[in-house]
Unconditional design. Structure first.
Lengths: 434, 507
């Protein structure tokens, strides 16, 4: 039985001093959910960076200088370098005034391009985790779904060289999404029919994708590039007709491709699908309360399959965009060292499985990965061999703090004791209709 | 045994929460050896007052006197030291530990100063249980005993700490009628041995049964304290709600039409693989309320599940409005016009994280005008929600409010609004007033009778005999998965009670 707040303190831990305002656990959680939309992810990130800085300090380096170098490595400072520049209007000879220098041969724009290339993929692998999460499923299989998409797109993209560019790209992307959806749907199907836990099955499917890819492009594999005497375990190159157009930078040096807009479009689709379609309504109902969804006439099992398939399609799209946008080929090594699908888990958790949150979290992790890469970070400030570990550490800390969100909330409330913030939580604000 | 000085006196207790005056100069006194009931609707300030007494909250104004002397109770430890014990609505027991271990927790008898003397603990608990005529095994694990027994463990915990004032917060909310009767026996025994009991409740009948005096709170203020003698349910209800309340539903005799729900030889297997419903047959006709009465756990849940497509029967047939739906899905039942007010609104009736508007379209989200071609129409959903919330007098939020933010009574109104607004042919109401206070109960009952009068077939499944007797046109008693008797609306509680416990009575 739910009673209004003034009458519902039964859950209060015994022995707590009653002199301060003591909200019940339910109240705290409700407040947390309201405030948590923006505040807890922010605190989470700040804490993670702070802890990361402590480690930098412990290794005898200056954390402020290191973070400044990381920041410069991300290329994001480009946005703050205003000037009087011009930009070409594509397909014309005209130029218009622009505040920023888009010359891709400079370091900052180049770094920014790399950051955004990573962000593009992370948005998609993040959405892959986020969509399943909204259905109450923990999709650990983003990596395998991403690899499946990459495999199919490299196969399609390197075959049928005479197709028109639009059709070829479309076909490669569509089949890659289908492949991601297919492998993810297996986990959804097993959950729906025999109740196999999706965490276990998606991890197993990750390994299936990993070894299938390793076999296909490995030496003597059916999709291995026979050039160079067949000694390099790598695929054929994507034909020019299968490549995504680039719009900023030198394509030979990994230029920014239109996949970024596809990913931004995917964010919109994600939001629309969840909040404006009957399918999204079902998915959210199942995610919040499967029993109530069943009572409402919703087929819970079917939604598990749909949600996983849609998740997989996002990850598969991510794989396709990487291949068609800048990678153009896929090697065994690429498959075996890639962890972009796993970073997607951190992206979704930090972004709280919302479209805007995933977009911002993807930018953060994209910048972080790029800023600490050996290429982005100035070796005189912080040894590059340590920098990659710094990324992993901050990523792990973010996950840890997301998991310990009640702790973060506790810290947030603690500001009252040090004289900041209101004396009591704000009164409940009506939520906007989702 | 009454003394001139009350064992406990609260004077002018005031407690403010941000935006709410939870207790407004409340006076309360407890005499030696009495049961004093604290009565009020949900949110009237009963629990706040008792949490102040138990040291969980600090009052802003007023004073607490124990045996005539001002007392400072600033923590539960101080309350326990002062001889005050409290049994919360949600038990605070450790499931994997035994009864004795739970009772002696934090005050354990020790050998050599460090080791728990489990034998001594069990001996003391057994002694205590015998003294107060509790039937409980000190060695049983708490997770293996019934809710009623767990409550007794909580009471023993207070007694073990030498409490002479016992606060019980809505103790019958979690009990079956039988367990409630046993609890009352125990309370009488405790009072006979000199304990004083504060009994928090919003149920009128049990307050009249157990209490010596009754204090009514309304919106944080004390309305009055009266003796049980001369008090009536009607009078108490008026004091609680502040207006005249109809306890007995005002209804005309039913005019049943054709059968809309036909059940024949229904058998249903429960989650443990046991046969929970064993060959039940009945009809519910248009324009009548048929009640299924029984003690909890006699197959009601499985029967409802089968009648709403949430569980497939193993045998038998279900026909709704002439169409056989025996093995149909929940979706098909809904499409055929079966409305269902579920027994657990949190587990099933509502998606608590959804807004009220979203909850109100839980069955029809995919239908026009709420959706077209797979796309939701949020404008229409919110508009219709606004109308329904007004029509069903849901307070505490608008269409965009989360369902979890409402009080229990208002949540139930949302569920009922949804089910009734779909204009069902058959309405299945499972314990529709569980946990509600008198004002909300009156509302629910009136709506159910309205549905009956509108020509719907209403099936009411309830554990409350009073509710069954005041609403039903026909009463079926369920016992161990079978119908143990059929009664008219003029049946007595005794007749029903005998059938409910397995004594066969001629129909």
């Amino acid at each position: 039985m739910t009673e209004p707040p003034q009458d519902a303190p039964q859950n209060e831990p015994l022995g707590e001093k009653p002199d301060a305002y003591a909200p019940s656990v339910a109240e705290r959680l409700a407040f947390y959910q309201r405030a948590g939309g923006v505040i807890t992810p922010l605190i989470t990130v700040i804490l993670a960076f702070f802890a990361g800085g402590m480690v930098v300090l412990a290794t005898g380096h200056n954390p402020v200088k290191t973070y400044k170098a990381v920041w410069e490595g991300t290329g994001l400072q480009w946005f703050f370098q205003f000037g009087h520049h011009h930009i070409d209007i594509p397909f014309t000879n005209h130029q218009v005034f622009f505040w920023w220098d888009t010359n891709a041969n400079l370091l900052a724009p180049y770094n920014l391009q790399q950051t955004l290339i990573l962000t593009t993929t992370l948005i998609l692998t993040g959405l892959a985790v986020g969509f399943a999460f909204r259905c109450g499923l923990f999709n650990i299989g983003g990596q395998g779904q991403y690899i499946s998409g990459a495999i199919v797109s490299v196969w399609v993209g390197s075959s049928w060289a005479h197709m028109s560019q639009g059709l070829h790209v479309f076909l490669a992307i569509a089949l890659a999404m289908l492949a991601g959806a297919g492998i993810a749907a297996v986990a959804g199907f097993l959950k729906a029919t025999v109740g196999a836990h999706e965490v276990i099955t998606t991890i197993m499917l990750n390994w299936i994708a990993y070894w299938v890819g390793s076999f296909l492009f490995g030496r003597g594999g059916p999709l291995q590039n026979p050039g160079q005497g067949g000694s390099v375990p790598i695929s054929n190159d994507v034909t020019p007709s299968g490549k995504l157009p680039t719009f900023w930078g030198n394509p030979d040096l990994q230029a920014l491709h239109v996949g970024l807009f596809i990913a931004l479009g995917a964010l919109v689709v994600f939001w629309l699908m969840l909040n404006r379609t009957t399918l999204g309504y079902q998915v959210r109902a199942v995610g919040f309360n499967p029993e109530a969804a069943r009572y409402g006439g919703i087929n819970v099992a079917r939604n598990y399959v749909y949600a996983m398939a849609i998740s997989g399609a996002f990850a598969g799209l991510g794989g396709a965009i990487d291949i068609l946008g800048w990678q153009y080929r896929l090697g065994v090594l690429d498959i075996q060292v890639s962890n972009i699908g796993f970073i997607g888990i951190a992206v979704a958790l930090l972004g709280r499985n919302t479209a805007v949150g995933v977009g911002l979290a993807a930018l953060l992790f994209g910048a972080l990965v790029n800023g600490t890469s050996t290429r982005g970070l100035d070796p005189s400030v912080f040894p590059p061999q340590l920098a990659g570990n710094l990324t992993l550490m901050i990523q792990a800390l973010v996950l840890l703090f997301v998991g310990a969100d009640v702790l973060v909330l506790y810290l947030w409330q603690a500001r009252r004791w040090i004289g900041l913030g209101p004396k009591a939580p704000p009164s409940p604000q009506p939520e906007t209709v989702a | 045994m009454t003394d001139d000085i009350p064992v406990l006196e609260l004077r002018g207790i005031t407690k403010r929460f941000p935006g709410i005056l939870a207790n407004d100069h409340v006076d309360f006194d407890l005499r030696d050896g009495e049961v004093h009931a604290l009565l009020g609707e949900n949110g009237a300030g009963k629990s706040t007052l008792m949490n102040i007494l138990y040291g969980l909250y600090r009052h802003d104004e007023g004073e607490i006197l124990l045996h005539g002397k001002p007392a400072e109770i600033d923590s539960p430890h101080a309350a326990i030291a002062a001889g005050i014990g409290m049994v919360h609505q949600h038990f605070m027991l450790i499931p994997v530990m035994t009864v004795a271990e739970n009772i002696v927790l934090a005050a354990e008898p020790k050998t050599s100063g460090v080791l728990l003397d489990i034998g001594e603990a069990e001996r003391r608990v057994r002694e205590l249980a015998e003294r107060f005529k509790f039937h409980i095994d000190p060695r049983a694990r708490v997770q293996d005993i019934t809710v009623g027994q767990q409550q007794r463990v909580e009471i023993l915990k207070a007694l073990y700490r030498n409490a002479d004032i016992l606060i019980l917060d809505e103790p019958t909310a979690v009990l079956t009628p039988q367990e409630a009767i046993e609890l009352f026996e125990i309370l009488k025994e405790l009072v006979a041995q000199g304990m004083s009991v504060i009994f928090i409740s919003h149920k009128l009948n049990e307050v009249l049964e157990i209490a010596d005096r009754i204090t009514v709170l309304r919106r944080g203020k004390k309305v009055d304290t009266i003796a049980r003698e001369g008090a009536t349910e009607e009078g108490l209800a008026r004091m609680m709600v502040g207006r005249e309340v109809l306890l007995r539903v005002d209804k005309r005799p039913s005019q049943p039409g054709e059968p809309l729900l036909h059940v024949d030889g229904l058998q249903v297997i429960d989650d443990r693989g046991l046969e929970a419903v064993r060959g039940i047959s009945f009809d519910v006709r248009a324009g009548e309320i048929v009640a299924i009465a029984g003690v909890d756990g006699n197959g009601q849940t499985e029967l409802i599940d089968a009648l709403t497509g949430l569980r497939h029967p193993s045998q038998g047939t279900i026909v709704v409005g002439g169409r056989e739906l025996t093995r149909a899905s929940a979706h098909e039942f809904l499409q055929e016009g079966v409305g269902h007010i579920p027994e657990d609104r949190h587990r099933r009736g509502l998606v608590l994280e959804f807004s009220l508007a979203e909850n109100l379209v839980l069955h029809d989200y995919a239908k026009r005008p709420y959706a077209r071609k797979g796309f939701l129409n949020p404008g229409r959903i919110v508009d219709s929600a606004r109308t329904l919330l007004r029509e069903f007098d849901v307070r505490g939020g608008g269409p965009a409010t989360r369902a979890s933010a409402l009080s229990g009574g208002n949540q139930q109104k949302v569920v009922i609004a949804r089910e009734v607004a779909r204009d069902p042919r058959v309405l299945i109401a499972a314990q529709p007033t569980r946990g509600l206070d008198v004002g909300a109960i009156e509302f629910v009952h009136r709506r159910l009778v309205e549905q009956r009068d509108a020509g719907k077939a209403v099936l009411l499944v309830s554990l409350e005999l009073e509710e069954v007797l005041s609403l039903a046109d026909r009463i079926l008693v369920i016992y161990e998965g079978a119908i143990a008797g059929e009664f008219g609306p003029s049946a007595t509680e005794e007749e029903l009670g005998i059938a409910m416990t397995g004594g066969k009575v001629a129909a």
